[in-house]
Ligand binder design. Structure first.
Ligand code: GLY
Length: 375
């Protein structure tokens, strides 16, 4: 793995320099915002509407990663401002969702991990308690959303449960970890298909816990059998994280199985990742799925035995190189870096969502060797 990183050092360093240079400006120009995507080259702001939307902590997340990597206080200041803005969402209990992980792992929890701030720890523990309260005992899952579709479970939540693993340790309460593992095991049974592809949404009877099968709602072409790429990448990284937090081999095996499917499908299109591997329009891209998968693949490469590492790291490098060379904007024309991210199949196609930037930056930090695991 060291050899591979050495061989690729020149391009990693050059894109790292461009990324840091761009973020030094953006952290100032968008300091008081919670961006979701860039519009006409400028990050929008969700502090007034949608303060609890799942994308709102990727901006503090980017800034914490940059602060950790560079030690520059501008990044820390922006991240701290974002964390306070998110308090409005934490106060709104009934509108909290399973996305408490995305929202507070990358803001308050990151602050606590990096600076030891006790207020931030407290915020993150409250968020974890809310996430744990979504657990359905009959079905052994964490429900995604309030209100309608209370039995819907989405693969994305595998990225949220690391908040529970963290809280189990910090609050010395094993129940958080038990809930996380129970959810991960239920998803292993009902989301991961035998060929390594992944169901996005699975529906359950909330009273009996019976699994009703893949739900109609989903962000891919067809929830029953298609393969929404961002969901595949959530599974790769999410199961890897569950392995890292628990040491349970079945989670690493699941991550590897989905990774093998993802790598084969991405290689078939020269590592340009479509928004759904099994949809008619393969020109519709989702660059965020490539960046998320790269993060997961690098973490898998770190933990598998020596002679397995190369396959995962090579695929991660190919995904990242393709992103750098064909799907990123390092100029000052646009505050966003990563282009061609897609919300759902045929909806919000080829926009610049902030989470594309976040996972791109995280993967680059990993390749540079100056990363901290915020999950
Ligand atoms: N977690 C929602 C999405 O990936 O679009």
């Amino acid at each position: 793995m060291e050899q591979l990183l050495k061989e690729n050092k020149a391009w990693i360093d050059s894109y790292w320099d461009k990324t840091v240079a761009k973020l030094r400006k953006t952290t100032l120009s968008s300091r008081y915002k919670l961006p979701r995507w860039s519009v006409d080259g400028v990050y929008d702001d969700r502090t007034q509407e949608d303060v609890g939307t799942w994308t709102n902590a990727f901006w503090p997340g980017i800034n914490w990663l940059m602060y950790y990597a560079t030690g520059e206080n501008d990044f820390r200041t922006t991240a701290e401002i974002s964390e306070k803005l998110l308090d409005e969402a934490l106060k709104d209990y009934l509108n909290l969702t399973h996305d408490a992980g995305f929202l507070w792992l990358l803001s308050a929890c990151a602050n606590y991990r990096i600076t030891g701030n006790e207020d931030s720890k407290n915020r993150a523990l409250h968020a974890a308690a809310s996430l744990a309260s979504r657990y359905n005992l009959a079905g052994q899952f964490i429900k995604a959303w309030p209100g309608e579709h209370a039995g819907y479970v989405i693969i994305d939540c595998m990225m949220n449960i690391p908040l529970l693993y963290w809280a189990a340790k910090e609050a010395d309460n094993v129940a958080f970890k038990q809930i996380a593992m129970s959810h991960a095991d239920t998803c292993l049974k009902n989301h991961i298909r035998s060929d390594g592809s992944v169901n996005h949404v699975v529906d359950y009877d909330i009273h009996t816990g019976e699994c009703l099968g893949p739900a109609v709602h989903g962000q891919g072409y067809n929830s029953q059998w298609s393969s929404w790429t961002r969901g595949q990448s959530w599974a790769i990284y999410g199961y890897t994280l569950s392995y890292l937090h628990t040491g349970e081999q079945r989670y690493l095996d699941a991550a590897k199985k989905v990774a093998h499917y993802f790598i084969a499908a991405a290689a078939a299109r020269d590592y340009v990742v479509s928004s759904d591997f099994r949809a008619p329009d393969q020109e519709q891209m989702d660059s965020s799925a490539a960046a998320i998968a790269a993060c997961g693949l690098i973490e898998i490469a770190k933990v598998v035995p020596e002679y397995e590492k190369k396959m995962y790291m090579t695929a991660a490098l190919k995904l990242m190189k393709k992103l750098c060379e064909t799907q990123c904007d390092f100029s000052d024309d646009d505050e966003a870096i990563v282009k061609f991210t897609t919300g759902s199949y045929n909806t919000f196609v080829h926009v610049s969502y902030i989470f594309g930037d976040y996972f791109f930056v995280e993967a680059l930090c990993k390749l540079k060797g100056c990363d901290i695991l915020l999950w």
